[in-house]
Design a protein. Structure first.
Length: 245
């Protein structure tokens, strides 16, 4: 094993394209950074080609600027193809190799399909879940560039669907308070000038409405909807249930 390949991070958030993570959980990541956690973002594709971007280098520059705004310490882009993304063995191994090198305690993934939007999103969700499992496999180190196995204790997911603002009723969902980091989130999303030109200003109205709604139902000014893949426990039910009433 080559220990020099390892970079310890607390959290890794995964998106199909640059801007997915900022839209879905950018405020949460900025809050984690401010709380002292080491955070990484992995973009599975570079998002290119895309209608308004002149080159992949421009989109990469926007992604790097967004990461700086959020305070994220590490950002990486895999060499998988936008528009052609598929949950394949090759893709799983590439992403799992990143996990084994970054060694997070928590992975935050995309959640669900996004009808009328990119089918890459659901493929990214599936291959992220698979890569979390692959990350811990033993006796396969030669497939993972010499990185050692790493077990990821927790996985969660973020939501890109802002068209169905109802009180969540599914298990494992909670609202992350981003009242103090919402402005950073918006600034990070706006860093993608090729994706959100003035003609798409209405997107930020929808973003504000969604984060306001999720915050309001939980006693916050702004919130992001996050799903835990395991039941959420507490050693203080009173604090959990009453701290934001």
């Amino acid at each position: 094993m080559n220990a020099s390949l390892h970079i310890d991070c607390d959290v890794v958030a995964v998106g199909a394209h640059p801007d997915d993570v900022e839209i879905g959980c950018g405020g949460t990541l900025a809050k984690m950074v401010s709380d002292g956690y080491r955070v990484a973002i992995i973009d599975i594709t570079d998002g290119e080609p895309t209608p308004n971007s002149p080159s992949p280098d421009v989109r990469l520059g926007e992604a790097q600027q967004a990461a700086r705004i959020l305070g994220v310490q590490v950002r990486e882009t895999l060499d998988l193809s936008n528009r052609l993304l598929f949950d394949s063995i090759e893709a799983r191994i590439k992403l799992a190799t990143c996990f084994r090198r970054l060694r997070p305690q928590l992975v935050i993934s995309l959640e669900h399909r996004t009808p009328l939007a990119s089918p890459d999103h659901v493929q990214a969700m599936q291959l992220t879940e698979a890569a979390v499992f692959y990350s811990r496999l033993t006796k396969w180190d030669e497939r993972f560039e010499g990185t050692s196995p790493h077990t990821i204790p927790a996985i969660a997911s973020y939501c890109l669907d802002m068209g169905n603002l109802t009180r969540p009723s599914e298990p494992g969902i909670f609202i992350s308070d981003i009242s103090d980091t919402y402005d950073k989130k918006v600034e990070a999303v706006r860093a993608y000038q090729t994706q959100f030109p003035p003609a798409k200003e209405s997107f930020f109205t929808r973003l504000h409405s969604a984060n306001s709604f999720w915050g309001e139902i939980s006693g916050f000014r702004f919130g992001e909807l996050i799903r835990s893949y395991r039941p959420i426990g507490t050693n203080s039910p009173f604090d959990l249930l009453c701290s934001h009433t």
